[in-house]
Ligand binder design. Structure first.
Ligand SMILES: Nc1ncnc2c1ncn2[C@@H]1O[C@H](COP(=O)(O)OP(=O)(O)O)[C@@H](O)[C@H]1O
Ligand SMILES: [Mg+2]
Length: 376
């Protein structure tokens, strides 16, 4: 065996010089001594939210207004500038992606569609350069193979509510000037964060929260296709923890499936993956508040945080408990609700979880114990 051959066969073959040598001798393929993983393996790691994203506009469930209008565009009608808004996981991104794919097919998709979301820089400079450049390009009404296609391009600005007002303002001129060859689709959760001059240039569609029935059907469909062993009560639990967000529900389902494999999935598993605080633990917190003892509250809050229950989740469940509570009157409930809002804001600003939960619990204690002494 010659010297380079010894090295070539050695498991620690990683020397860049030899890689270059192999490249020069045998082309690109020889420069990669380790074959890439088989294609089937890559497929297995596709997140289910991507795998089960609707491929056609007609596959989008429950958003009838948007689907009806977009269906007309597919049969030759003109496409207006669009603004999709509504809660997360209701099909906004999926709808426009499906439309773009159906309009342009895979061949010219990259040429005709510019997708920018919150992870891309979309400051004023990007709007002035990248978006403007894209919008200024002409778009013919035929594909390279001679078949007809729409004579425009689509610029998708996903999560547009995170764009600065200056960047949004820079967009409005481009939107107007290039209206012949470019359509814009703005997507956001909060329409109030989009400046009025932009909203007035778009046809607005509100994406409604999906109904329990639709969530169940979709989840059931996926669990059958992926051979997940989950019963109706498990699906109900999944729907309730995801709060109408199908993306969240599908992600939970995949995480639980990874965790449990082929085992049967119970409500308990779903609560664990979704970090839902068990009812008994929440009752413990209410009991501590009722006991009128600071020490009790402190011990309970410390244990809850040591068990790694997220403060935001605790807050949400305190809110649910507050609405259902019979021991507080409306005035007391409103005092606690105000504190909940304050605590939520402080936590979002990065405040300490322990101090915030203590503060909230003490307000609840005050309200409950004042009522029991008749001072409310
Ligand atoms: N209306 C819907 N019809 C079908 N699937 C949906 C719908 N809404 C959400 N989904 C599913 O949830 C996932 C996330 O949807 P997405 O379009 O990204 O939501 P959004 O952009 O509104 O936050 C998609 O992969 C899809 O499987
Ligand atoms: Mg989206």
């Amino acid at each position: 065996m010659t010297f380079p051959e010894v090295l070539w066969r050695s498991p620690s073959f990683a020397c860049p010089l030899l890689v270059m040598d192999a490249f020069l001798r045998g082309g690109v393929a020889a420069a990669k001594p380790k074959p890439v993983e088989p294609a089937g393996k890559v497929e297995r790691h596709v997140p289910w939210v991507e795998k089960y994203r609707p491929r056609a506009v007609d596959d989008v469930a429950y958003q009838d207004e948007a689907v009806t209008v977009l269906r007309k565009c597919l049969t030759g009608g003109d496409l207006p500038n669009l603004l999709f808004y509504g809660p997360p996981g209701t099909g906004k991104t999926s709808t426009i992606l499906a439309l773009a794919r159906q309009l342009f097919g895979n061949d010219i998709y990259r040429d005709r569609v510019l997708e920018l979301n919150a992870s891309d820089d979309r400051g004023i400079q990007v709007v002035r350069d990248k978006v403007k450049q894209f919008a200024q390009r002409t778009a013919s009404a035929t594909r390279p193979d001679g078949k007809p296609c729409p004579p425009y391009k689509i610029c998708i600005l996903d999560e547009a509510d995170s764009m600065t007002h200056a960047a949004q303002a820079a967009l409005r001129r481009t939107m107007e000037k290039e209206s012949k060859s470019t359509r814009f689709c703005l997507i956001c959760n909060y329409v109030s964060r989009i400046i009025e001059p932009l909203t007035s240039r778009c046809t607005k569609f509100r994406f409604k929260p999906l109904t329990v029935g639709i969530l169940q059907t979709r989840l059931k469909d996926i669990s059958i296709k992926e051979s997940v062993d989950i019963g109706d009560e498990g699906l109900d639990a999944l729907v309730s923890v995801s709060g109408g967000d199908l993306r969240k529900a599908i992600t939970y389902l995949q995480s639980i499936h990874r965790l449990k494999g082929m085992e049967h999935i119970t409500e308990q598993d779903i609560s664990e993956v979704a970090s839902v605080v068990p009812v008994s633990v929440m009752e413990g917190l209410w009991r501590a508040c009722r006991s009128d003892s600071y020490d009790n509250i402190q011990a309970t809050v410390k244990t809850m945080l040591a068990d790694a229950y997220p403060a935001s989740q605790i807050l949400m469940q305190v809110h649910e408990g507050l609405i259902e509570s019979n021991e507080l009157n409306d005035r007391q409930k409103s005092a606690v609700a105000e504190q909940l809002a304050l605590t939520d804001k402080r936590l979002a600003d990065g405040a300490d979880e322990y101090l915030q939960l203590m503060d909230l619990s003490c307000v609840i204690m005050n309200q409950i114990c004042r009522q029991s002494t008749g001072a409310a």
